[in-house]
Design a protein around this ligand. Structure first.
Ligand code: ATP
Ligand code: MG
Length: 568
């Protein structure tokens, strides 16, 4: 590159946008060495399942890196395996990547569009004496491969002539041979200490239709062969992937060196996200869906992007969380409370408050006029002065939470009990005078008197009440389905599971209750989020809510209740 030319990548690197991690140090060095005038990254999902929050980490790294260096980001479907892939997944992946805010513009690619190119590269390898058609059976192949301590043995088919290899490979493509009878292998080194360099298979025969190429092909490239070439074809400069591919990197480099001159894409590995109390393997997530342990890929308990979205987690929170994780080289287990912390922090700022009672018990204010309704001004969001107030109807009969009342107040219990005075949020001071119970001993009605001078919940004479509780007017309350979600599993590190991971499913991960919600909530729209005062953050379900009948998903409680339990 001419020294006087402007290099936007270098400028961006120098301005120090965003966090620096080891990946960015590598890129900075490449830029400084003049190897990479324009950074190009890609996110390469295989369309064989829905994306999860681990993928979000990869997306944020790939897209964030392209952004940081003023580069280009590609979304590429790595759809080289015809067996498990589906267009349903292609669509959900695009929706999820877009929702996360990563924009690919015109750079949407499908690896299956490169099948012809892959074939040509394979022919080039054959012509250069670097690939051969092998007819060992699976079992023989295993035996010849050797082990970590024993070198492999060369295949008897290894020294076929170029002509014979080209002919056989063309006939493999033409469909002359059965599945499993022949493969194309790279010719590298059967004695390599790296098993992936012992003449790896690069093509196999599969008489299977592909969701995009139909029956055009009956030979399909292996992932390790296709992926570097996909990067090469697209001009990817930095190809980020998870640590398990580190051992595949020598083949990545070998293949690209055999295929093309420099500059070539460079593979960089980072550690995958493992999140506590959940699983991240697509196979397991699929199993949970197929066997109805959850209600679909977007079940709000799932660690999928669509599940988190439906639960009500904002995309900005996921980005923030991923940014905090950064990129490292060591595997670890990320505490769920870190994600929950970012969710609470964001929702505390942005969510309007509302009153809802999820385990209702009736309160009667005996000295309040029977047919009076007062509209109380209730603050929408104490964190946001601009959010203003709303009117909430107040009447003689109310609902409060059952656990805000005790027949006998224990020490430090500052809510309702006989003789005790509390503030009803933004309404009045009330004092409990008596209560009624049913035959089973359950409290059915609590009687109170109110102090008319305390309107708005303000003390009339400087006397203090220690507790403030929420309420809804019984006459105006609307019944609503409320889904209380909790962790999907009871074990933090499912890698430590003995036996089947499904044995650790949390049986209480979903509780459905009918809540009494304040009337303004009845018109809430799908996707709206609220803090139900003193309870939790909720989001109106996008699938099951109806006009005027919202269903609420609990996003996260106000406090980390598990942390408390663990201490007890
Ligand atoms: P599979 O076993 O089906 O390959 P996968 O989760 O690796 O599952 P891909 O569709 O291949 O699925 O993943 C796309 C990209 O996301 C890859 O680059 C992969 O390295 C990255 N990725 C997958 N899981 C995680 C994770 N838990 N944390 C960070 N990145 C991930
Ligand atoms: Mg993968």
């Amino acid at each position: 590159m001419n020294e006087n030319e402007k290099n936007p990548a270098a400028e961006n690197a120098a301005s120090g946008n965003g966090n620096t991690n080891f990946i960015h140090e590598i890129i900075n060095a490449d830029i400084a060495a003049g190897k990479c005038p324009h950074v190009v990254t890609r996110f390469p999902p295989e369309p064989n399942g829905y994306l999860h929050i681990g993928h979000a980490k990869a997306i944020c790294l790939d897209y964030g890196t392209a952004q940081k260096y003023g580069g280009t980001f590609h979304l590429r479907f790595d759809d080289t395996n015809p067996v498990k892939e589906d267009t349903e997944y292609v669509e959900s992946i695009m929706a999820d990547v877009r929702w996360l805010g990563a924009e690919w513009g015109e750079h949407l690619y499908y690896a299956s569009d490169y099948f012809e190119k892959f074939y040509e590269y394979a022919c080039k390898l054959i012509r250069d004496g670097k690939a051969y058609v092998c007819e060992l059976t699976d079992e023989e192949m295993k035996e010849y491969r050797g082990t970590l301590t024993v070198p492999g043995k060369e295949s008897p088919w290894r020294n076929r002539s170029v002509e014979e290899n080209l002919d056989l490979f063309a006939r493999m493509r033409a469909g002359e041979f059965e599945d499993g009878t022949k493969v194309l292998r790279a010719k590298i080194d059967m004695a390599s200490p790296n098993i992936h360099m012992r003449d790896p298979i690069i093509y196999r025969i599969r008489h299977t239709s592909h969701h995009r190429t139909g029956d055009k092909w009956c030979i399909y490239p292996m992932y390790d062969f296709a992926h570097p070439l996909e990067d090469l074809v697209e001009g990817i400069t930095h190809s980020m992937c998870t640590l398990e591919f580190e051992i595949h990197r020598p083949f990545y480099d070998w293949l690209l060196a055999a295929a093309a001159p420099e500059p070539r894409p460079r593979q960089i590995e980072f550690s995958r996200l493992n999140l506590a109390y959940t699983v991240m393997s697509k196979r397991k997530l699929l199993e949970l869906v197929k066997e109805n342990y959850v209600n679909g890929w977007d079940d709000p308990r799932m660690p999928t992007i669509s599940g988190l979205r439906r639960r009500g987690v904002p995309a900005s929170v996921i980005r923030r969380f991923c940014e905090e994780l950064g990129a490292t080289k060591y595997n670890s287990l990320t505490d769920l409370s870190l994600l929950e912390y970012f969710i609470r922090e964001e929702l505390n700022k942005s969510c309007p408050r509302a009153m809802a009672v999820l385990d209702p018990v009736k309160v009667v204010i005996d000295n309040y006029p029977e047919d009076l309704t007062e509209e109380m001004d209730v603050i929408n969001n104490p964190e946001d002065p601009e959010a203003g107030t709303r009117k909430v109807p107040f009447t003689r009969e109310l609902y409060i939470e059952r656990d805000d009342f005790k027949e006998e107040a224990p020490k430090k219990f500052f809510r309702l009990a006989p003789g005790m005075e509390v503030r009803l949020r933004c309404a009045y001071f009330v004092t409990c005078t008596s209560f009624e119970k049913d035959a089973d001993g359950n409290v059915t009605t609590i009687h109170c008197t109110y102090d008319p001078a305390s309107k708005g919940g303000n003390s009339p004479d400087g006397r203090k009440v220690k507790g403030t509780i929420h309420w809804v007017s019984a006459k105006h309350a609307v019944d609503a389905e409320v889904r209380l979600y909790d962790r999907l599993f009871t074990l933090a590190d499912l890698g430590e599971a003995t036996g089947d991971y499904k044995e650790y499913l949390n049986k209480d991960s979903l509780k459905v209750v009918t809540g009494k919600i304040e009337p303004s909530l009845a018109s809430a729209k799908a996707g709206d989020r609220f803090q139900f005062e003193r309870l939790a953050y909720f989001c109106v379900d996008t699938k099951d809510s109806k006009e005027g009948a919202p269903v609420f998903n609990r996003i996260v409680t106000l406090k980390d209740s598990w942390a408390k339990m663990e201490k007890k």
